[in-house]
Design a protein around this ligand. Structure first.
Ligand code: ZN
Length: 384
């Protein structure tokens, strides 16, 4: 009998695993994977001023090629549970739709990965022609310091060598098969700081208003695009997200003005090239007057998994099951793929993202069956 991704998803949804709680979700996976012959490791990571986080790594097989299926069992909080038509941690099904926090992001896809792997193993004498691993973190929706980044370091330190990875984050705007993610833009934060000389607002000549200078510098920084885009990416973009003077009075010219900004950048840039470009624009606008920019450390660099045999294997499996030729996208926010890309090519493909993080998050049970069929095809072809 084939493994049932719908029942697996319901069981996972009944585990209240809001970050940082494990909620029983990893234990559920551990028990199934152990029975299927995986070596399963539960790894807890700590960090000062952060919650300890439980993670899971499980491998079957010793030979290459080694395909890793990655994901997270933690979920964002449900918010006001009385606003849900179906309770967030019940696994209710109504009219062919499964409801629950994490239905698409991303317990549903983990259930599909699991069902596909169990079926693939059953059809191949219980062992893959290579190795399959699950890399499942409980720290993706939180600050993500005790999750995938450390679990990968832990696995590599044990001598694991990974050839390819599929991450089941929700990637499809409307229909299963619309879109896969083959890369992500980088993200860099900075703060522009201009100091002046405070004084009475009626005597501006005796003061130096930093608000005048910061708006000039901001306008110059925003005036032109950072680049014109690349083969697989939209143009890099800088957005100011906050302007802060903190002045409670109406008659004092303030001493300092700050403006925070975020840059989402493509493969034309690195954090260093962006710093150089933005500081040059700011310098030109400041005309020798003082300003400074504080740059936050970034752990979200741009990456691209170049189209090739692995990407074609995934898109081919999607086209076979859904009849759709998925768009190869790099849009949207960052994901744990930004850590995985340091070790192997990674492609993201999961469910429809329309209800993720929302009240009544849900997935059509037909989509769970179709996604399982897609993952199964990927496994069959990968190990053919
Ligand atoms: Zn997610």
């Amino acid at each position: 009998m084939p493994a049932d991704p719908i029942e697996l998803a319901r069981e996972l949804l009944r585990c209240p695993s809001v970050t940082p709680q494990e909620g029983g979700a990893l234990t559920f996976l551990e028990n199934i994977l152990e029975r299927a012959g995986f070596s399963v490791y539960r790894v807890v990571f700590s960090e000062p001023d952060a919650d300890d986080i439980d993670n899971l790594y499980a491998r079957i097989g010793t030979a290459g090629p080694h395909l890793v299926l990655a994901g997270h069992t933690d979920v964002v909080p449900p918010g006001d549970e009385t606003r849900w038509q179906h309770p967030p941690f019940a696994g209710d099904i109504a009219d062919g739709v499964l409801f629950g926090r994490g239905a698409v992001d991303m317990k549903g896809p983990i259930a599909c990965e699991l069902a596909a792997v169990l079926d693939h193993l059953a059809a191949n004498g219980g062992r893959p022609k290579g190795s399959i691993s699950f890399l499942i973190t409980g720290d993706e929706e939180g600050i993500a310091v005790n999750g995938t980044v450390k679990l990968l370091q832990w696995a590599i330190a044990r001598g694991e060598k990974i050839d390819h990875c599929i991450l089941g984050e929700p990637t499809n705007p409307k229909h299963l098969g619309d879109m896969i993610k083959i890369g992500r833009r980088g993200s860099l934060n900075g703060t522009l700081i201009v100091t002046g000389t405070p004084g009475h607002v009626a005597y501006p000549a005796l003061a130096d208003n930093p608000v005048r200078r910061i708006v000039t510098i901001m306008a110059a920084v925003m005036a032109d695009p950072l680049d014109s885009g690349s083969a697989h990416f939209d143009p890099s973009n800088l957005e100011f997200t906050s302007i802060d003077v903190g002045n409670k009075t109406v008659n004092v010219i303030p001493a300092e003005a700050r403006a925070r900004f975020n840059i989402r950048y493509n493969d034309h840039h690195t954090p260093t090239s962006l710093q150089t470009l933005v500081e040059a624009r700011a310098s030109a606008a400041a005309q020798g007057r003082h300003f400074r920019i504080e740059w936050d450390p970034s752990n979200a660099d741009v990456f691209l998994t170049r189209p090739g045999p692995f990407v074609e294997l995934v898109t081919g499996a999607i086209a076979d099951v859904t009849g759709r030729q998925p768009e190869l996208s790099t849009a949207g926010g960052t994901s744990d793929a930004r850590f995985i890309k340091d070790y192997c090519p990674v492609v993201e493909f999961g469910l429809v993202n329309a209800t993720m993080h929302k009240i009544d998050e849900n997935v059509a049970t037909d989509d769970l069956l179709a996604l399982t069929a897609i993952y199964r095809r990927i496994l069959d072809r990968y190990f053919a």
